[in-house]
Design a protein. Structure first.
Length: 126
RNA sequence: GGAAUCGGCUGGUAGACGAUCGUCGGCUGGGUGGUGAUAGCCCAAGCUGGAGGAAAGUCCGGACACCGAAAGGCAGCAUGCCUGUCGAAAGACAGGGCAGCUCUGUGUAAUGCCGAGCUGACGGACAGUGUCGCAGAAAAUAUACCGCCCGCCUUCGUCAAGACUUCGGCGGACAAGCCCGAAUCCGCUAACCGUAGCAUAGGAGGGCUUGCCCGCCGUAGCCUUGGCGAAGGAGGGUAAGGGUGAAAUGGCGAGGUAAGAGCUCACCGCUCCGAUGGUAACUGAGGAGGCAAGAUAAACCCCUUGCGGUGCAAGACAGAACAGAACCAAACGGGUUGCCUGCCCGGCUGGGAGCUUCGGCUUCUGAUAUGGUUCGGGUAUUAGUCGCACCCUGCCUGCGGGUGGGGAAUCAACCUUUUUUACAGAGGGUGGUUAGACAAAUGAUCGUCCACUCCGUCCCUCGGGGCAGAGUGAACAGAAUCCGGCUUACGAGGUCGGUUCCACAG
RNA sequence: GACCCGUUCGUCUAGCGGUCUAGGACUCCGCCCUUUCACGGCGGCAACACGGGUUCGAGUCCCGUACGGGUCG
């Protein structure tokens, strides 16, 4: 799944809307906020937040790239029509890609955004 | 010579290959864009580019932009040995000078001298102001204090001389008392004198005692004078000494002096002038001065030189709405509708004075709904477009751009040349490229190989090896207007130096 | 991003280059007071962010580093 600029959350008001009206789940490395929106024409919109608490610019960039790659690969599992904000916690810089991916999938199931599509299972079976 | 470790300089080379999926920019294509063309928008695919030496810190300097002009001055800030080179500046480099520290050698009573290494924010402390705690006599002015010396005064001690006094001794004189009688004199008697006698009554005389005086000697006291010493006082001469401090007004020796002192002299040091050498910083032959001069300017300050301020969130363009200014229109305006009627909504005015038949009318004053045009300011803007992506330039243009030429840097392959092959260097030349985001791109996954770390397990000679798994791809670290420096961070390697250990040789 | 400011006991803060061994308040600890607690009294522990430099002497002055905070459309 591609992540061009139209599928990103970019304005302060959109981040504030997810924060104020949405729900959130916190994990070991991540915090995920989400909000359903029927009017959305995209499958979902993603926002990433990496604060200075995580580390210097190198570490922050690495965390963002890993999270973006996970969403590119696994974004088709997300139920369409949702705002989604991922906030990296202070220890996310020490986490590996697989750890981040496991935690994100766990969050997806717990939040109910996981989409059980037949096509993916059939593809896995095939 | 080797090893370890520390520091300086240099150095910035990427895990390799393949596959899949992505991200930002550019080019090409199609559609749209009323149309030939451009910009813009949409679509899918291909090609292609995409982090660093520090991109960091934001410590300097500049470009560029705006502020009113950016010329002068004050304030403020920065700068600081000399010469040269590079540079727009900041700054860097090279050489030199001076100073400090360390070491080796050498020398002195001492300061030193030669050499080597390291370090230096290295203009000015006779332009002025300030500060120098504690300790110390004294901390910046030259002397107060202690001390030393000189003479004077007072007191004391001692010695000498002198005067006086007390006492003692001796001697003498005098007075009183007593005693003495050979009788020397007076005296008395013999009439007087001579002479004789008397007499110790009186005087002289002698003796003794006492008193007093004088002299001498001794002793003690006191006074005066002088010497010496001590204490004190006021005065003068001194700067040798005062052991404290980070720092004390030249050092050492000799002479000299009341004591001392560059007071004088030799040597050393210092200050001033200064030959010579050097572009200069500087050097300092020689001479003069008897010696004035502390530190601090990363205290204020003075001098030299430089700087207008703000910073790309600079700024430019586009630009609603609300409010503002000017002008215009009509008393009606807006909505509904293709238009009209109709319907709906809002408005058709406030205040004062006067008159009134109470319906209104006249007059004064103030304000304005609504619509339109223009103006400047300028906000909102998913902060929209530009600024903003190598440089210069010609032509066309509908001014948005299009197209062409030249140059620079770099990459890949190629050619020539240097070199011992290779690597590498130099030159040529073909082709490509020139990071430009804005919640912010340059990545993710998988496979094979390599290196390292960790965990597990197996083997043996207990130090390694094998197998499997995970992680990392050396570290520091991610462009944000651009450029030049500085500082800081950092791994392997190279090089230089120090320290330690080992081995060998002398 | 560009540009400014600050850092002193556990906390909030004073602090002329010199008796700073850095003062005060709250906290903490010990003792006293009280039947006990509290209040109160007495005493004590406890700090100049780090590294260099200037100076006889640095918390203070200068330079660098680290950390924290602020302003600007």
């Amino acid at each position: 799944m591609k992540l061009p600029r139209t599928r990103r959350i970019r304005t302060r008001s959109e981040f504030a809307r997810v924060r104020n009206q949405g729900q959130s789940i916190s994990g070991r490395f991540l915090v995920m906020g989400y909000l359903a929106d029927d009017a959305m024409d995209e499958p979902f919109k993603l926002g990433l937040i990496t604060t200075k608490k995580i580390g210097n610019a190198v570490v922050r960039n690495r965390v963002r790239r890993r999270l973006r790659a996970i969403l590119q690969r696994e974004g088709h599992r997300v139920r369409p029509g949702h705002w989604m904000v991922l906030i990296a916690r202070h220890n996310a810089g020490d986490a590996t890609s697989t750890q981040l991916e496991k935690e994100w999938k766990w969050m997806l199931r717990k939040s109910g955004l996981h989409l059980e599509t037949k096509s993916s299972e059939e593809a896995a079976a095939a």
